[in-house]
Design a binder for this molecule. Sequence first.
Ligand code: VGL
Length: 318
Amino acid sequence: MSADISLGRRFALLVVDVQRDFCPGGALPAPGGDRIIPAINAYLTEAQELSVPIYASRDWHPAVTTHFKPYGGPWPPHCVQGSAGAEFHPDLELPPGAIVISKGEDPERPGYSAFDGHTADGQSFLDDLRRRRVDRLYITGLTTEYCVKQTALDALRAGLHVIILTDAIAGINASAGDVDRAQSEMAHAGADLTIGLARQAPDVVLLGVEWQPRALIRAQLIEEGFEVVATDTWPMMRRQLRVAPKPRLAIVDLKGLPDPAAVLNDLRESMNPDRVLVLTAMGTIEPGEVEHLGFRHIDRPVAIGDLVNTAAQVIRAA
Ligand code: VGL
């Protein structure tokens, strides 16, 4: 995958425990647990297009735990580490970059919440969210009254904005009304219950093949308080520009760009040229031609600070 750097897209998508054992045919099934999988897959696709972090939690119990009936707990054995029942459901389309959070490994604790879990390299879920500057968590998965609810309540306690995607959760409903009660409890605690990811465009999408100017421009824009998505390929930028709402500014560094003419042509289709700032370079498209196409341009050599000032003016005028 190419170096796609997303900063400021501060929401994340979490898929809670969509494992075989929580689906029909499993050890502790939520009726209809598998029926939400197409909705989750659609959210996964959308989250990938937006380059936001995707987490998948999994119950990952030892064979002997006080969580299981034979050892004094409330539940039949389920999601035992390494068992088929602990696998993610085969229909779930987790992208390769999804971050797996394992939980429930302590034989003395139930581990309902994803916040009891950790990444493959041992980082707590909350630390990983903080490191990625996530402040909004969209929650999908199984089961509404246990792991989804406990995860949502912990997220709220941690100060995150929590959105429960109600078309993508399912519960066990051991007693009629359990799921409804769990939903009200989450709502009362401050979660939003809704459907759909709220698309928030970043302020700037930045395309630059050369790592160094891209990193400098991105860092200074962030310093100015702007949300920036930076990428090194045109297809990746185009994906950001295709969705509504659009960013307020696209910045394109022509230096090293494989087919700059095609990129500028395509860009005119997806962005108002007035909202595009082109950084020209020797040996690519002439500044006069860039201007003729209707784009704003800044010509090298230029101080990054001046470029960022110009960008800030354009953004603020939007
Ligand atoms: C869960 C019951 C027992 C869940 C886990 O994932 O919601 N429910 N263990």
